[in-house]
Design a protein around this ligand. Structure first.
Ligand SMILES: Cc1ncc(COP(=O)(O)O)c(C=O)c1O
Length: 573
């Protein structure tokens, strides 16, 4: 006979089983919404990164890591020596100044080390020394300490939308505007009122907060979303960069796990299902730059072990995706945050919201908006921006920052926003896509005509170089480009960033030099290929080198050097 207590037990047991089933279903849904790549599995990528052993190539393996025949290896060796000589003659002061600071500046050590795949890095650093000091900028060029003008393809991490001379003007005029107040903090300079007005118009949102960097703006937007929704988790899409704060950078690079971040596959129905079902999601972060390479990390030459890098921008498909995310966020009370720190003001005067025709609940801006000075901005709906609750005086959402609203930053931003409002600057956006599509098409035609295995992929003024034939040496191209007088950032050919109003003659010159660099690299044998060399065989070979370096296999049958812990003296390249 069933006693009341046994009935209660049965009911409890059934409820527990149902709860467990529901949890299991949600867990499976979450797993399905992860991208298959390592970038989609933050924890696994961090674990594997800790296991990956260091090994490196020196002569002769440096030139034969793809089993190229002897004559090709010879051609490469000769070309490498010529490049090293050319760098030594052309960049002596710049390289010496860089070498001098390297031991004292950890960022220089890091970027110098990660310009090329680690297997090749030591040899490159010992021999190809270009340095990273600059003395001036003008028009489309920057000039190093040896007086070499270089066409700037770094875009200053995306800041340079309108040319360096424009930002110099913003900084100068902005400084004059606020000079009487000077660096006083806490009180606001009156120029701030105009900035707020313009940012509200541009974003279509109610309130604005000022911060010192894009990273901080994202931190604040996420914090506010958590505060108002009373939910814990932030969704970022696989590969997307949102600054270097822990919660939005859950994979390699962050020493601890980000437990309240879901990294979901971009442009995926399975991810929409997760957004529809889970109740713990406070916000979704979108970095529109990912439209160019959904689910892939930002391309950099240090990851260029084969020719698998791909990029392609489809405006209509990405807009459709954004609209779907918009709908599900609205339905589920999830805060949709567009992180326009990079792309805002690069695509349209109204940013990515205007360009894609989709509205967010919050938008973060930064980089170029500071008129050349450091900044981060959050714009948001009034109900989301509020940092306190009327009925709970102690329950606040804290945000400060000594230098937020710094008068000099507000002054330069004022000048930037005044310019953006002018007819002259609004015209710069007219026909932008057509212009840059044509430029990419022309350059691709020239590269095709030159018979080199290189093409460009682009999203407006942000470009990536794509390699059309399997090779382990694509990263060498950055040094050929430098020899042609083109300045790249430390991610190399992964990202070329142009000012949107680059004159035709400057672009023509840059194109000519890119083609010349590729032809020289081709001639020097770095793109040697054989039918049996595929991206797959290259990756297999790298895997066996890795196992060998771990002492787990003899598969490669070649000598690779384990890290000794001490390195030969090196300099930045
Ligand atoms: C989309 C995006 N968000 C945030 C950041 C971080 O900005 P900052 O470097 O100013 O901290 C960046 C920087 O590249 C970015 O591209």
């Amino acid at each position: 006979m069933n006693t009341p207590s046994s009935v209660a037990l049965i009911v409890l047991g059934t409820l527990a089983a149902l709860w467990l089933l529901l949890r299991l279903k949600q867990r499976i849904e979450l797993s399905r919404a992860k991208h298959r790549s390592l970038a989609g599995h933050a924890r696994w990528s961090r674990r594997l990164a800790k296991l990956l052993p260091h090994y490196e190539f020196d002569d002769p393996e440096f030139f034969t890591a793809d089993d190229a025949p002897r004559d090709i290896a010879q051609a490469r060796r000769g070309a490498f020596a010529r490049l090293a000589d050319l760098f030594a003659q052309r960049f002596p002061r710049t390289a010496a100044a860089s070498a001098e600071i390297e031991r004292g500046v950890s960022d220089v050590q890091f970027t110098a080390r990660y310009r090329v795949p680690f297997q090749f890095s030591g040899h490159v650093r010992r021999h190809l020394k270009a340095g990273n000091f600059l003395q001036s900028s003008s028009g489309a060029t920057v000039t190093d300490l040896d007086g070499n003008p270089l066409y700037d393809l770094t875009g200053s991490y995306g800041v340079n939308v309108f040319g360096y001379d424009f930002y110099k003007g913003c900084i100068e005029r902005g400084a004059r505007l606020v000079a009487d107040l000077g660096p006083v903090l806490g009180g606001y300079h009156p120029v701030l009122a105009y900035n707020v007005k313009r940012l509200r118009e541009i974003s279509g949102l109610d309130e604005v907060s000022f911060h010192m960097s894009g990273t901080e703006a994202v931190m604040q937007a996420v914090r506010l979303a958590r505060y108002h929704t009373r939910r814990t988790h932030v969704v970022r899409f696989c590969g997307a960069y949102h600054g270097w704060w822990g919660d939005v950078q859950p994979g390699v690079g962050n020493p601890i796990a980000a437990r309240e971040t879901y990294t979901l596959a971009d442009m995926s129905e399975a991810s929409l299902r997760v957004l529809r079902r889970r109740r713990d999601i406070a916000c979704v972060l979108i970095n529109p730059l990912q439209a160019m390479h959904p689910n892939a990390n930002a391309p950099s030459d240090s990851m260029l072990i084969d020719s698998g890098r791909a990029a392609h921008f489809d405006r209509a498909a990405y807009r459709e995706w954004l609209m779907k995310v918009r709908d599900v966020c609205t339905a589920r009370g999830i805060v949709l945050i567009f992180d326009e720190v990079f792309m805002g003001f690069r695509l349209a005067a109204g940013g990515a919201q205007e360009y894609f025709g989709v509205r967010a609940d919050m938008v973060t801006y930064g980089k170029t908006l500071g008129g050349g000075l450091p900044v981060g901005v959050v714009c948001g709906r009034r109900d989301l921006m509020k940092r306190f609750r009327e009925d709970r005086p102690a329950d606040v959402c804290f945000a400060r920052g000594t230098f937020n609203s710094h008068p000099y930053v507000m002054g330069a931003m004022h000048e930037f926003l005044v310019a953006l409002e002018s007819e002259e600057f609004r015209c710069k956006y007219a026909g932008l896509d057509t212009c840059w599509d044509r430029r990419a098409g022309d350059l691709n035609a020239q590269l095709g005509g030159a018979g080199v295995p290189l093409r460009v992929a682009h999203f407006s003024t942000v470009w990536s170089l794509i390699f059309t034939q399997p090779s382990r040496y694509n990263w060498m191209l950055q040094f050929y480009l430098r020899a042609e007088g083109l300045a790249l950032s430390w991610v190399g050919t992964g990202r070329l960033i142009f000012r949107i109003d680059l004159p035709d003659d400057a672009f023509a010159e840059i194109s000519k030099r890119i083609v010349a660099a590729a032809v020289a690299m081709h001639r020097d044998g770095w793109w040697w290929s054989a039918p049996e060399v595929t991206n797959q065989t290259i990756r297999r070979r790298v895997r066996s080198e890795t196992l060998r370096a771990l002492g787990l296999s003899r598969a490669s049958g070649r000598s690779t050097h384990r890290a000794s812990g001490r390195e030969a003296p090196s300099s930045t390249s």
